[in-house]
Design a protein around this ligand. Sequence first.
Ligand code: PEP
Length: 248
Amino acid sequence: MKNKVIFGNWKMNGTNADIKAFLKTVDKKAKNDKVIAGLAVPFTALETAIKKAKNIKIAAENVHWAENGAYTGEVSIPMLQELGVEYVVIGHSERREMFGETDEAVNKKALALLKAGMVPILCCGETLETYENKKTNKFVSDQIKKGFKDISAEDAKKVIIAYEPIWAIGTGKTATPEIAQDVCATIRETLGKVYNKTIAKEIAIQYGGSVKPANIKDLMKQKDIDGALVGGASLIAEDYLELINYNK
Ligand code: PEP
């Protein structure tokens, strides 16, 4: 069995002082042979986080695909690499919904990150309306095809996918393990068609959406769920530790 990949996502929360205090509490307890533990933090906290984290992988929450240029307010891949960042969340639904990030932009970011030897955590997921209209599987499958456009088979294996139904993010409503498994299986099937079954099996698929200590075990038991991306619960040191050590 491959290792589970469990990342927190702090969104627009946490000063340098906050992340320092958090990592002081959790980092030494984050050693786990079966789990790759990570945390996505705001750009301003990356340097501190990288310095303080020994067992936890630190991720950025966004990036621009261009190396440099007239993109006020954006952050480039070389800027992240200078800090030692290896993982970057792209296409989070909050960025798609509030800041107009498209599948095409997500694809450009993924291609640029892979070219730079970094790991994209590529988010996908449907709205409540799409879910209620029973169009989730087709919608998510299309997002995956567009997000992986022109990505070679070799690079595809390095991508982490986060399936996050928008109706479950920050709402307290978790998709049941069965629903989450069903969509993650569709994602794997789509990858199998774009690449092949062997490659599809190697790609880690996280579930995200109100994951907490009380529901993580059942979610992680699902065949096609290889980890979790966790927002709210990852801000609480005790909960974060329970999540990344769910198997202990
Ligand atoms: C997220 O931000 O990716 C997320 C899943 O948030 P929450 O766990 O709070 O639903």
